[in-house]
Every structure is written in C-alpha cells, then in structure tokens.
Design a protein around this ligand. Structure first.
Ligand SMILES: [Ca+2]
Ligand SMILES: [Ca+2]
Ligand SMILES: [Ca+2]
Ligand SMILES: [Ca+2]
Length: 559
C-alpha cells in the first residue's frame, strides 16, 4: 500500500474536493461527465494496481460510458450499475464515491485480491447533461433523435423556461376541460379531480413551455430519445414513451448486456436506480402462466415474479441493507418495465439488488394541516413538506407568468424543481455514499465461495484408488440463484477430474455440474475410482467463475 502522502493520493484528494466559493448551486459536488471521467482517471492513476478505467460504450451524443474495475479481472464479482435514469444524478455520484472510497480503503486490498467490483457509474451521460446546463430539466432520453408525436419532425417542441428561473417545472392554466384541482390541504400540490367524490377539474397541468410548433400540444416532442432505464430486456414495453425501438436498441444498454453476457464472474448486481427490492424485498411466488402453463416455459410465458426459492436470500440481503444503511423505509419501487434490475435477475440469472439511492426524509406530522385518509398524494405531500422545511429551493411556488396566456387564460408556473426528490444537496453525497459503501462491502463479502475439501484417497486394490471429495460453499449466498439454475446463467459449479494418459476412470464422472450449493457450508460429496500407477497424480478442478475456481493436485497413494 503506497503511503497516503504520495503524489497520487494528494492528486486524488484534490480532484474530489468540492469546488469552493459559489455556494448553494444545485450542481455543487456533482460531476459533469467530463469531470467524472477526469476524476476516475485520477483515481486509477493513484492506484494503478487496484483500479482501471475503460470506456464501455459511447453514447449517441459522443460521450463516454465509463467502466471501472476494482481488483483482479477474473475473480467473483459484483457489478454496480448507476445512472440509467438521467435525472437521478445522485446514483452516479454515489457510484463515483464508492470507487473512490474502495480505492482509498487500506483494508480493501485484501478483499479485492479475492473479489472484483465492476462499476458503471453513469449509463446515460447524454440525459445527465440536462442537470448541468443553464436550463435544468428532468431529461430521461439519450441523444438519439426521436419524433415523439410522429409528425415527421424531430424534437420540434421541447419545454421552455417561461418564468426565467433556469428550471423547467410544471404550468397550470384554468380550462373547461381541465382534469386537475389544487389540493385542499396543501394548495401547492395538484391532483386529479375525483369524480366519484363529485369533484370537477379546474386546471390543465402541463410541462412548462410554449407550443413552439403551434400544433395545439405543449412540449410534446423534446430533445431526448431513449430512456435507458426502460430499454433493457425484461418486461420491455414496445411503443411506450422513451423505451426505444426494441430492447437494447441503445448502444449503452447493449454494451451492458454484452458485458454481463461475457463476464460469467459476475455473481451479483447492485443497481443504483429507480427500482427497489432492498427496503421491500421481492416476494417470489408461483404465478400461473399463459393458459395455466407454468411460467418460465415457452408455453407459459416469462416469469413475472421472482422464484420463491430465492426469497430467503432477498430477505437476508435486505436485512443487511437496512441494518448497514439504517434506512427502514423509502419511496416505492418504480415499475419494473425494461429496467436493469429485473433484467439482471430474470434474464441474466444473477442475484440482483436495487436501491432508490436517495429520497427526501419523513416530514414531521403537521397538526394544523391534516392530510386526508387515505391520502391520494401521500408521497408528494411528504416530499413537498420535507423540501419546504429542509431544502426550500426544491419546490417552486406557483407564480403567474407575465405576458403569456393559453386560450386567453393566465398561466402559473411551479411545482417540484427538476430532480429535487432524486438528488440531495452536494454536501450530503459523501455520507450518502458511505451508507451505500457499507452495504456494497457486505455484498462483496457475501458472494458464494466454492472449493473442494476433505479429499481422501484409499487404495482399494493394486493400482486402484478411490478418491472422495466434498465440494463446499463457504460464502453466504448460494452458488446460484434459483433463477440462475433455471436459466443456466451464470454457469453452475463444475466438478472436473482430469487424468493423465496412463490413468483410467473406472467409476465416477470426469465432469459434472452442481445445481446450487446453499451458502454457509452447503456441500455435495463426490467419488471416483481411478486405475493408475502408485504415486501418480490427478487434478481436481472445482468451481465456476462467479463462485471461485480451485485446482488441486491429488497424489494416488494409500493414506
Ligand atoms: Ca415531432
Ligand atoms: Ca423527441
Ligand atoms: Ca421555469
Ligand atoms: Ca407543439
């Protein structure tokens, strides 16, 4: 381990220092993709034996999608995937800090000699640019041009900043066909009128901006093509907004798919994104498939729920997450539609865990403004009240725009600031990353660890030897998830006996596979009978890239 005061470490610390001066800008502490790349390079230069950075893909906007590797390239690995949903920049920032903190940690060397951590910190750099521009808005699509409204013109009507605050929020305007009303308890919040309660809509609620192409629709075709958090293969929705033409139509998502497909050593995936199965673990169950046929077959269609056999492991890792992060509740998972988390589990057969990264805390109860029960705005109300108390710039109070009307009606602009419920102030990113970092270490330590133990050789006759071995998983997680046993991805634990030219196998098999060995000592025993010269050797190779490979040379003599 080089001394901390080496030039490399000093450069590393300098590169990650938050910019001083210019206080309170929402981008303080956040990294543009150019700065992200420079910072990763600086970390890699300071720890060349431990960290390497490469470019996994180039976005349609010609921006690099970085891939970081920590540790050796051929050890059981965790893949951390962040930044698929553009507005959630916090995920990239946490991923960057996870790399930094692991590279700095003097104790990580031992762990990373046996394990690999791959990190894709920002899958959608094109969309993320909207966070850093002079005009901030929640942009989900990459730079692929797309004619959202199929009027033969691309990107002709995007949002416009009507009130000049540098943010794209919402606008509301009174209209006879409006479907929205201001909430009675918190009038800054908008909700759909509930006709079953006799409520009538008053407002139209639109994204802030003009009808640039005068087709009667507002901001119907902005810049931004494919939302990469919807472009993965599981439960992909054709023709849905920003999903892309087909699964993996985007260069960036295809690169992830190719990377995982060619890296059998990846045992688990941690997605920093919009889907959660750590605060609320997936509850696997058997769902009847098409025509009553079992799911996971060609007749029954794909799985729509995780497998019940995997429940204990999702529950256990969730318990680790809650204990180590001290989070017990958070926002609900976004729908699992073309997202990287469900793809990693259902298609790639990996244990896959997802966290929402950051969210507003719990707002204190307000006795003067009692919310209705049940509350149709339960999540928004909490976020609104929390932001007003802790980060008032996160909500723009409604204000009438001067000199702009729609159908003769005045227009008000307001609502949540772009990304306000997804990205904390920059000063909180280090401690946020430390929370995730504790969990990542635990996950890396939990990977399956398979080896051959209790190898015995017995002479059962002249030149005839019986070999016994027990294949044991000393890691915490099973050697394969139940979904992985079904999909045969990643490859199962292989037990391979290799003999010399003058040796013969008279019982047992040269090569066999183990479906799944549970963790914490789960084992299976094997036996071979070999005809060979005394004191000659055979080789026993056990394991798989994601659960560890071990090779033993066994000498044939009576013990
Ligand atoms: Ca168009
Ligand atoms: Ca468009
Ligand atoms: Ca604005
Ligand atoms: Ca328009």
């Amino acid at each position: 381990m080089p001394p901390l005061r080496s030039l490399g470490a000093a450069a590393l610390l300098a590169a990650l220092a938050l910019p001083s001066g210019a206080q309170g800008r929402p981008t303080d502490g956040y990294h543009t993709t150019a700065r992200l790349g420079a910072t990763l390079d600086s970390i890699a230069r300071s720890k060349p034996a431990l960290v390497s950075v490469s470019v996994l893909a180039t976005s349609p906007g010609r921006r690099p999608v970085h891939l970081v590797r920590l540790g050796a390239d051929d050890k059981p690995a965790v893949l951390i995937l962040a930044g698929a949903y553009g507005p959630q920049v916090s995920s990239s920032e946490v991923a960057l800090r996870l790399v930094r903190d692991l590279a700095r940690d003097p104790n990580a060397g031992t762990l990373l000699a046996q394990r690999t951590v791959y990190v894709v910190p920002r899958l959608n750099p094109d969309a993320t640019e909207a966070f850093f521009g002079a005009l901030r808005w929640e942009r989900a699509g990459n730079d692929t041009r797309h004619d959202d409204d199929r009027d033969m013109a691309d990107d002709e009507d995007g949002p416009d900043d009507l009130n000049g605050d540098g943010l794209i929020t919402m606008m509301r305007v009174k209209a006879a066909d409006g479907e929205w009303i201001a909430d009675a308890t918190d009038p800054a919040l908008m909700r759909r009128a509930d006709a079953t309660k006799g409520e009538r809509g008053v407002y139209r609620l639109l994204i802030e901006g003009r009808d640039d192409d005068r087709d009667g629709a507002y901001n119907e075709d902005a810049v931004g093509g494919t939302d990469l958090s919807k472009n993965f293969g599981h439960n992909f929705r054709f023709f849905s907004e920003h999903a892309g033409l087909h699964p993996f139509s985007a260069e960036e998502t295809r690169a992830v798919a190719e990377f995982v497909s060619t890296h059998d050593q990846i045992a688990a995936v941690y997605v920093l994104g919009m889907q959660d199965n750590l605060l609320k673990p997936w509850e696997g169950r058997r769902v009847p498939g098409i025509g009553g046929n079992p799911q996971g077959t060609s007749a029954g269609g794909p799985f729509t729920a995780s497998l019940p056999e995997d429940n204990p492991w999702f529950n256990a890792i969730s318990a680790d997450f809650k204990r180590l992060t001290r989070w017990s509740e958070g926002p609900a998972s976004a729908a699992e539609i073309g997202d990287p988390l469900s793809w990693a589990y259902f298609h790639m057969g990996r244990f896959a865990f997802g966290s929402r990264v950051w969210w507003p805390g719990k707002a204190p109860a307000d006795s003067t403004r009692r919310a209705p029960t049940p509350d149709p705005l339960v999540a928004e109300r909490n976020d609104y009240r929390w932001l007003k108390a802790n980060h008032p710039a996160g909500f723009v109070e409604w204000q009438t725009v001067t000199g702009f009307t729609i159908d003769g009606q005045p227009v008000e602009v307001g609502g949540f600031a772009p990304g306000a419920t997804l990205n904390p102030p920059g000063r909180e990113l280090d401690s946020l990353a430390a929370r995730h970092g504790g969990f990542v270490r635990k996950l890396v330590e939990s990977l399956p660890t398979v080896s051959a133990k209790a190898i015995t050789v017995t002479e059962v006759g002249p030149r005839v030897y019986r070999i016994r071995a027990t294949v044991v998983n000393d890691g915490f997680l099973p050697s394969n998830a139940a979904i992985g046993v079904r999909s045969r991805l990643p490859q199962r634990v292989r037990v391979e006996m290799t003999l010399g030219r003058d040796q013969q196998l008279s019982a047992g098999r040269r090569m066999q596979y183990v479906n799944a060995l549970r963790g914490s000592g789960g084992s299976e025993s094997f036996e071979w009978v070999v005809v060979a010269a005394p004191n000659s050797t055979v080789t026993l190779r056990v394991g798989s890239p994601h659960a560890g490979l071990s090779t033993q040379t066994i000498t044939l003599r009576a013990r």
